[in-house]
Design a protein around this ligand. Sequence first.
Ligand code: TXA
Ligand code: MG
Length: 313
Amino acid sequence: MLVNIKQAIALLKQSQVVAIPTETVYGLAADASNDEALQKIYAIKERPADNPLIVHIADANQVNNWAAEFPPLAQKLAKAFWPGPFTLVLPAKDSVSKIVRSGQSTVALRVPSHALTLQLLKQSGLALAAPSANKFTQLSPTTAAHVAASLGDDVAVLDGGACKVGIESTIVSVKGDDWQLLRLGMVSEASMEALAGRPALKNQQNLPKVPGQHSLHYSPKTPIKLFVSRDVLINFAKTSQKSCAALLIGEGAKPICKYVDLPKQADDVAKQLYSALHELDALNVAQLLVETPPADSEWLAILDRLMRAACQN
Ligand code: TXA
Ligand code: MG
């Protein structure tokens, strides 16, 4: 069910959920200070309660409503990457709902870069908790139609068009002068390292709990097989007993099965990745054949999503 911004605000103020557009993926939003509304997110997504939510805010001035500390390094990163596909995990104030942070001592915050959602945040005066607007472990939605396909027509959707970045935000935890990368995204590790003036902490023992990074994640219904070589993919399609469809990256020979081909440009692939997988999934073939991207750092977040999507087999 599509709603306009006025209806979206009214619903959010009545403890209802609304799917909202962001530049990364659509989020299933609720008032981040309202436990009754937050429970609905978990129920609709069928999401485990130990998987905390990102709180979306209108600007960096609101960080102090949620975080007990906003260290200079976090301020620097926020200034560089907000609004944008970048989430900061900071020590939470005691007042932050235990539901939004799943009982953790930290809270995740993001200023999204989407005009309609920024308008929604400003006009409503609310902060919005929003995980991706899909059922738990399924593919994330990058259009209003994807949201309806995953969550059903009863869920209210604010349609903001196709998402421009296309994969979920980079998540970084900051404590004092130290930072850790919790989820890869299109804000690169190199760009954060340049600003931070030091590399990310990699010490496994000190890793904060990163709930929700289940390896089975971002998955279409159809099993995925990854191929480093186009020739091997083509040969698999030719000789397989199963019905196949393929996702190709860049130029080259084509397989005999149906395929979607994406340009060899990381930003473009990120933007179209989930749409392509939704489209291939809808073909109801037995096997999806996916060509892996180049091993360069700009492709790491895309490779991460593909490996998680392929994890089911
Ligand atoms: O791009 C995005 O981040 C999208 C859009 C809607 O903003 N949201 C999104 O939400 O991807 P979700 O729930 O699918 O993923 C949020 C991730 C989860 O893996 C969760 O564990 C992590 O953020 N997270 C949230 N709060 C955290 C916290 N306090 N500490 C560590 N990780 C946290
Ligand atoms: Mg998600």
